[in-house]
Write a protein that binds this ligand. Structure first.
Ligand SMILES: [Zn+2]
Length: 298
């Protein structure tokens, strides 16, 4: 999938880096992140500090926004513990309730999580994080070490931006988002789409409802994207599995209209279900999408 690059989004970057970035992003299989090695090469070529360079990359992330309601492009860049660097951007789906929106911070963090990261070192954003995102980030493991970087500001900790916070410990929950804990659901003789949905389910963070759940989406081009449910102590900032999968699909340069098949796999014994919202959102995207539903017990 070749990604379109808006020339305007490259204007804060030195020319030598522009050509390197262009060739990485237009390579086959680019899905919205740079490996640690690619990123370090780009950074060295840029002659910028790490934060300056991430800030200069934000306009590229922001062009990934799918924001037909607000027309407000937010870009985020999350660096995982591996040193890999992940783009994120906001997602709004016309015709669907606003609580199905994905914010750029949620996008970059869930992107890193779905590609195997088990923690975030820092996140860089082109607008100050809203309260919803501050609460979302408060669910992360090792959150005390997270650095939040904004244009023309010092670097913040989450405690700077979210004093007197409410979080998992207030509900006596030890598990944190991006912990490497896995569930162990299985389904025999599964198609690759089902396997992907169940892998996402096994990764999901659902300590409050136990609705371990995952979604996989297949596109016309054969692309396969999966999303795990990311639950939050304050409940509303929880990120449904469909949104996490849609996010990966858009960051890889695919279009929502190209989804052909979706699978939702969830715990049969959780205290909620994602089925109704998943059906509604897919219906709004394209009524022809086939949704397969698996209700599983561990
Ligand atoms: Zn936000």
């Amino acid at each position: 999938m070749t990604q379109h690059i808006h020339p305007e989004s490259l204007k804060n970057l030195p020319q030598a880096v522009v050509s390197q970035i262009t060739s990485l992003m237009q390579a086959d299989g680019f899905s919205g992140h740079f490996s640690a090695q690619q990123y370090q090469t780009l950074l060295a070529t840029s002659n910028m500090t790490d934060t300056e360079f991430k800030l200069a990359l934000l306009p590229i992330a922001a062009t990934r926004a799918y924001c037909g309601i607000s027309h407000f492009h937010v870009g985020a860049i999350a660096e995982g513990h591996s040193g890999n660097v992940y783009f994120g951007a906001n997602i709004e789906i016309p015709g669907v309730q606003l609580n199905q929106t994905v914010h750029a911070e949620q996008s970059a963090i869930s992107h890193a999580w779905m590609k195997g990261e088990t923690g975030i070192k820092n996140i860089t954003i082109n607008h100050t994080p809203c309260g919803h995102c501050r609460q979302f980030m408060n669910e992360l493991n090792q959150v005390d070490e997270l650095s939040i970087q904004l244009p023309n500001r010092p670097s913040y900790s989450l405690a700077d931006l979210l004093p007197e916070s409410f979080g998992p410990k207030d509900l006596d929950i030890e598990a944190r988002l991006m912990d490497s804990t896995r569930q162990n659901y299985r389904f025999d003789n599964a198609t690759s789409t089902i396997v992907n949905a169940i892998e996402a389910l096994n990764l999901s963070h659902a300590p409050y409802t136990h609705n371990h759940s995952g979604v996989a989406l297949q596109t016309q081009s054969g692309g396969l994207y999966s999303g795990a449910y990311a639950e939050n102590a304050a409940f509303n900032p929880s990120l449904p599995p469909l949104q996490v999968a849609i996010n990966l699909l858009l960051l890889a340069g695919e279009k929502l209209e190209h989804i052909t098949t979706a699978v939702l796999a969830e715990n049969a014994n959780g205290s909620i279900s994602h089925l109704a919202e998943t059906q509604t959102t897919l219906e709004a995207i394209n009524p022809d999408i086939t949704l397969e539903y698996l209700s599983l017990s561990q």
